[in-house]
Design a protein around this ligand. Structure first.
Ligand code: SME
Length: 173
């Protein structure tokens, strides 16, 4: 199947998924599974969320699919992950061996994308995807991953707007 139609198909299924699940954490778990299974070049897919109240701020590994990573906690001044969370910008690295910020998870990783998740204008976490293929994250893929981050952000925003207590409905549960 051409990449464009696979992306469209997965995007539609993610939209349906977001409507079907009960909360943001369920969405994150099902989303990483779907992306890992269906997108052939997405070899590691995971969310890092900012630890509430941590000083200094810390990204903590949440739902993920793929090899176990040694990087379960990442300060904002480290890694591609730290760069995306601290700048609030999507970071795409076509060749991780040429980026001094890169923290290695798997020796096979060649390229990476990290997209921040915003709730009410603030970064609360990010979606990180590694590929065994160089330059895997073209514009179409950036759009898809940003759409994923937006779906999770909307679920988190709904929970926080409803003033749901931590640990009952949103991703902290
Ligand atoms: N490569 C990331 C670290 C996370 S692992 O890839 C899962 C980084 O440079 O921040």
């Amino acid at each position: 199947m051409p990449t464009a139609s696979r992306i469209d198909e997965v995007r539609n299924d993610l939209t349906d998924l977001a409507e079907a699940v009960a909360n943001a954490h369920e969405l994150m778990q099902a989303m990483v599974k779907m992306l890992h299974e269906r997108m052939l070049k997405y070899n590691w897919v995971g969310f890092y969320m900012l630890e509430p109240g941590a000083s200094p701020p810390m990204l903590v590994l949440d739902a993920f699919e793929g090899a176990t990573t040694p990087h379960t906690r990442i300060p904002l001044n480290q890694g591609i992950c730290g760069a995306a969370a601290s700048s609030g910008q999507t970071v795409v690295v076509d060749d991780v061996s040429r980026d001094p910020r890169y923290l290695a998870c798997s020796l096979e990783t060649r390229s990476e994308i990290v997209v921040p998740v915003f709730v009410h204008g603030k970064v609360v976490g990010e979606l990180d995807i590694d590929s065994h293929f160089a330059a895997a994250f073209t514009c179409e893929h950036q759009d898809l991953v940003q759409y994923c981050a937006k779906l999770v952000a909307e679920k988190l925003e709904t929970a926080r707007t409803l003033n749901v207590k931590p640990g009952t409905l949103n991703h902290e549960s």
